[in-house]
Design a protein around this ligand. Structure first.
Ligand code: PEP
Length: 684
């Protein structure tokens, strides 16, 4: 919910800033005039030069627009929301002052595009301030539209665009003209007051003096002529309808005649050269102006220069430019409102503005008998067309950037997700693996006499503490009972290396599974390649042994593995599968729980040659799949499969790290406590 609210406010605040910045940027002179009004209200106008208010105007527009865009795209979220909060706090204080002191009638927040009363402006700013505070509190819940690495493009391009718009509008004319004198505007219509509209009411106070005493009078009690007029104040006591154009009048300097109606009613073309101040007007195109005046006269078009300058100013201008056209007086603010150029040219036809030219562009060249030629820039280009330009040059490139960036981010996400999934799978395998019993089992083979064996077992109980796996030692029959005594209470378990394929009876020299169990041993190693090879233990014999071992409560470490020739003939899979099928795959699932498989490639046993970790993992996975075929995936997952064959402390970690290798059956390296412990520690 919080996220939704913050993001809705983000859109509202950003769009307000973008709009506010843009409408100021399209009319920098308008904003400058407004800033000058503020300076005047504070009696600072003398101290602040024009260039400073102009720079402030362009900067203000740029700051608002850029902050709005950055907020919309959630770029530099923390900094931007803080700056917006600071900006709104300052603006709210300014508008509070405007609301109380009423120094200007319109704050100029939205240029001339939307005119608000001072009360409306204050309310708007208070709401925006609250929204800005919330955004500054929760900046990070705003999702980005563009990745971090591409944000500089949006930042730079936006600054370039908005400053470009300001400079264009300064050099030529406002890109969008929201004033009542825009191209296409009918000046007379702008002056109309609709029928029944409420009229504003004013009250004038006169300050008069008599015998050194000053007093205020109203119209009603205006004193006799013994009082001397000093000053007057007029205040609005009731707001009424004010038409968009309420102060347009033209007074010919030559004879003082008001020619407003004559100009507005003229069916032909009227050129108005507008210059609020001729003293500061740009005179670089004076030749062009003179030519236009001559051509206008030839074509029978009216031509006037409208200015608020006094006679001295007009004279100076005439001397400088050789101007012969008639001068007229019009209110300075009206002139500044009509066109943002000094001088600027306006073409009227029957009171409708049909063309405007800045002094920085070519004034039209008139051809006899032909209507004045309009260019794209000076004729009535629709707002829609101009907005189209903004879309093509600014919005579209940004949209394309966002699209490309999102595609890029998406492809990165897909890649990351793939890695995450495979990591997940890996973790899953690891979890499965950790759920299986991990074992390091020693196979002493026919090594160590009883005393040596007991001593080794004792040493092992001392060095192997809290291992991360089950530790088993497989000893000759003769050691079993003694070793069982030694390891009692330790973490080490005991295994025999063999048992008879007969339960009991006249089998001289044999040791039955039952006998093994009676020593305290829990495991028996069966199917070792040495027994298969040297004692001709066939799969059938091993099958008997396995059954007897299980029947007597022993767990079986069942060895399988291919010879070198078989490996070279790439028959390892066949071999191990056949060995399993021949001796253990007939067991029930319940019996299988007591089987541990030991894969021991014969070529690696006691030779110093180890199967690589990958080779071992490959065949372990295959063995597990064979188990799965017979007992199902779950049983296969739970089956411990050990690797055996020159396994040492140095290679055990790599081997044991493999998903399907659950420990080792160790021959040579199990005869020394330190070596054996090194392998056990591989599980750490
Ligand atoms: C073994 O005989 O079970 C065995 C793996 O031997 P080694 O570790 O010595 O290769």
């Amino acid at each position: 919910m919080k996220r939704v609210v913050v993001n809705i406010l983000r859109i509202i605040v950003s769009l307000t800033f973008i709009f506010s910045g843009f409408v100021k940027a399209v009319d920098p002179l308008g904003t400058q005039y407004k800033l000058q009004d503020y300076a005047e209200a504070l009696a600072l106008q003398e101290m602040i030069p024009d260039w400073a208010t102009l720079v402030a105007s362009v900067s203000l527009a740029a700051v608002e627009f850029v902050l709005g865009i950055l907020l919309l795209f959630a770029i530099n979220r923390r900094l931007v929301t803080k700056l917006i909060l600071v900006f709104m706090t300052a603006m709210t204080f300014v508008t509070l002052w405007i609301y109380i002191a009423n120094p200007v009638s319109d704050c100029g927040c939205f240029g001339d595009a939307v005119v608000l009363t001072n009360g409306q402006t204050l309310l708007k700013n208070v709401l925006l301030l609250a929204a800005a505070a919330l955004l500054a509190l929760r900046p990070m819940v705003m999702p980005r539209f563009v990745s971090l690495s591409n944000q500089w493009i949006v930042r730079q391009y936006t600054i370039l665009f908005i400053v470009g718009v300001s400079l264009y509008s300064l050099y030529y004319l406002p890109l969008f003209d929201f004033r009542p004198y825009h191209i296409g505007a009918d000046i007379r219509k702008g002056m109309e007051i609709p029928e029944g509209a409420e009229m504003p009411q004013f009250e004038t106070t006169f300050i008069m003096e008599k015998d050194g005493v000053r007093k205020e009078f109203s119209l009603e009690d205006y004193p006799d002529s013994t009082w001397t007029f000093i000053d007057s104040k007029t205040v609005t006591i009731k707001e009424g309808y004010v038409p968009p154009i309420h102060d347009f009048s033209i007074q010919r300097v030559e004879d003082g005649e008001d020619i407003t109606d004559e100009v507005l009613d003229n069916d032909g073309y009227t050129f108005l050269l507008i210059s609020p101040h001729l003293e500061t007007a740009d005179d670089s195109r004076f030749g062009n102006i003179e030519q236009l005046y001559e051509d206008a006269k030839d074509n029978g078009y009216a031509f006037y220069c409208l200015t608020a300058s006094n006679e001295e100013g007009m004279q100076q201008w005439s001397e400088k430019t050789g101007a012969e056209y008639p001068f007229c007086n019009t209110d300075e603010i009206t002139l500044k409102t009509i066109i943002r150029s000094n001088p600027g040219l306006v073409l009227l036809k029957k009171g409708v503005v049909i063309g405007k030219w800045s002094h920085n562009e070519e004034f039209p060249v008139l051809q006899k008998g032909k209507a004045p030629q309009m260019t794209e820039a000076t004729s009535n280009v629709s707002y829609l067309k101009k907005l189209g330009g903004v879309f093509i040059y600014y919005i579209l490139p940004l949209l394309l950037l966002v699209l490309a960036d999102r595609l890029w981010a998406w492809s990165r996400w897909v890649k990351k997700e793939e890695t995450r999934q495979s990591n997940k799978l890996f973790k899953l395998l690891k979890i499965k693996k950790t759920m299986r019993k991990k074992i390091v089992a020693g196979n002493w083979k026919m090594n160590k006499n009883l005393q040596e064996g007991v001593a080794l077992a004792k040493e092992l109980t001392e060095v192997v503490k809290n291992p991360n796996c089950d530790v088993i030692i497989g000893t000759p029959f003769i050691h079993l009972a003694s070793v069982a005594e030694v390891i009692k209470g330790s973490c080490i378990q005991l295994s025999a290396e063999n048992c008879a394929d007969k339960a009991s009876g006249a089998y001289t020299g044999e040791v039955s599974a039952e006998m093994v169990k009676s020593t305290g041993a829990e495991y028996v190693i069966l199917g070792h390649s040495e027994r298969r090879e040297y004692y001709n233990e066939t799969p059938e014999i091993l099958k008997e042994k396995v059954e007897l071992a299980l029947a007597n409560g022993l767990k079986v470490i069942f060895c399988i593995g291919e010879s070198l020739e078989q490996r070279e003939a790439n028959k390892q899979n066949e071999v191990v599968k056949a060995e399993l099928a021949g001796s253990v795959f007939h067991l029930s699932a319940e019996q299988w729980k007591n089987i541990v498989i030991a894969y021991e490639p014969i070529w690696a046993i006691g030779t110093g040659k180890t199967a690589t970790a990958d080779q071992a993992e490959e065949i372990h996975a295959y063995i597990r799949s064979c188990v799965a075929e017979v007992y199902g995936a779950q049983v296969a997952d739970d089956t411990t499969i050990l690797y055996g064959g020159s396994c040492k402390a140095s290679n055990a970690p790599e081997l044991f790290a493999k998903a399907d290798i659950d420990g080792g059956l160790i021959g040579g390296a199990s005869l020394k406590a330190a070596d054996f412990k090194g392998i056990i520690d591989a599980w750490n």
